[in-house]
Design a protein around this ligand. Structure first.
Ligand code: MN
Length: 346
């Protein structure tokens, strides 16, 4: 069991994470290197040393960002892919076995509300397609929840325009080009790659999104059919679409080759309408995800990789990075371990 940690600027100290029973690892990244540059060896080593010193292990890198030029298939991609491979080699060299990444154009995760009030007084991340449609991208990302400083108006317009000629099939082709180069590099570094599904798993702002469900994940692993080319199953991302049967997806991917699930994000979402959902406490009863079914399927396929409770609500007056408070993620980690103990014992 692991928890995400955003490095030294994370308001949650590693010492607190260390005190959550059963949490032995953290999921982190190098945050001070520009996207497209390779991560310096010293930065990677320093990250691992801080984690080790706290009595935890650096279990997963999430993520090494993929430069937009790679997703767009621009000529500069070869240099950028090389830099990405260098970063993979550096994290492999210090013994990190899993790298999570995503291939979502312009934005990765997206929500329309970062603090939706739930009946119990807690707040949670929420998404409503109709609400998102009201955000005006001509002002850049300044009004967009969680993305305020990402792009100014001109940068965002240029980037969104660049994707107008990139169809979903073209994006698949660009993903294939990327994988053909990074999977061998990961293999030599002893690293398993684990793509994160698109969150939410459908097109937003007219941008193509392709990693949206079980069929897409299977297509992806077959593009370069090697054990190092795997996936992160994020039950919250995939679970936002009612067509995604999570236990079935886990059974299929977990049985492909030597198993292609390399990382688990276990959180719950409640679907409340067409392309409308909010995050909830982790237990099955609170949302649309059958978390026990997920754990049973993982057990059936012999999953032994890392898992994290992904996001949590803000509870008990905690403030901080939306989705990444300490308390509710700790509760989630305990619940997930309880389920796991029960399914392993059967
Ligand atoms: Mn996730």
């Amino acid at each position: 069991m692991t928890l995400r940690w955003f490095g030294p600027t994370d308001p949650i100290p590693l010492a607190y994470i260390r005190q959550i029973p059963g949490v032995t690892g953290v999921v982190s990244a190098v945050y001070d290197t520009p996207v497209g540059d390779s991560w310096p060896r010293a930065s990677v080593e320093s990250l691992a040393e801080q984690v080790d010193a706290a009595g935890l292990s650096l279990a997963v890198i999430e993520s090494i960002p993929v430069h937009e030029d790679i997703k767009l298939g621009r000529p500069s991609r070869d240099r950028l892919v090389d830099a990405w491979c260098e970063s993979v080699a550096r994290v492999g060299a210090i013994g990190v076995g899993v790298v999570c990444y995503n291939f979502m154009p312009v934005f990765d995760w997206m929500r329309s509300n970062l603090a939706m009030r739930l009946p119990d007084g807690s707040t949670a991340l929420a998404f409503d397609d109709a609400e998102l449609a009201r955000f005006d991208l001509s002002r850049g990302t300044r009004d967009l929840p969680g993305w305020a400083a990402a792009y100014d108006a001109a940068e965002l317009r240029a980037l969104v325009d660049a994707y107008r000629t990139v169809s979903a099939e073209q994006l698949w082709e660009n993903l294939g080009y990327f994988l053909e180069r990074v999977v061998p590099a990961a293999e030599s570094a002893g690293v398993h790659l684990a793509i994160h599904p698109d969150d939410p798993p459908w097109s937003i702002f007219g941008l193509p999104r392709i990693v949206t469900g079980g069929a897409a994940l299977e297509r992806l692993v077959k593009l370069v059919d090697r054990p190092a080319n795997g996936v992160t199953v994020c039950t919250g991302s995939l679970g936002a679409d009612p067509d995604n049967d999570l236990p079935a997806i886990i059974r299929r991917l977990g049985r492909m080759g030597e198993g292609r699930i390399h990382f688990m994000h276990c959180r719950n979402v409640k679907r409340t309408g067409e392309r409308r959902f909010h995050e909830t406490p982790h237990p099955s009863a609170f949302g649309s995800v059958d978390m026990l079914g997920v754990m049973r399927a993982l057990r059936e396929v012999g999953y032994t990789g890392p898992m994290r409770p992904d996001h949590g609500r803000m509870i008990w007056g905690e403030t901080g990075r939306p989705g990444y408070g300490l308390y509710d993620r700790a509760l989630g980690a305990m619940y997930l371990q309880g389920l796991w103990e029960a399914v392993v014992g059967v």
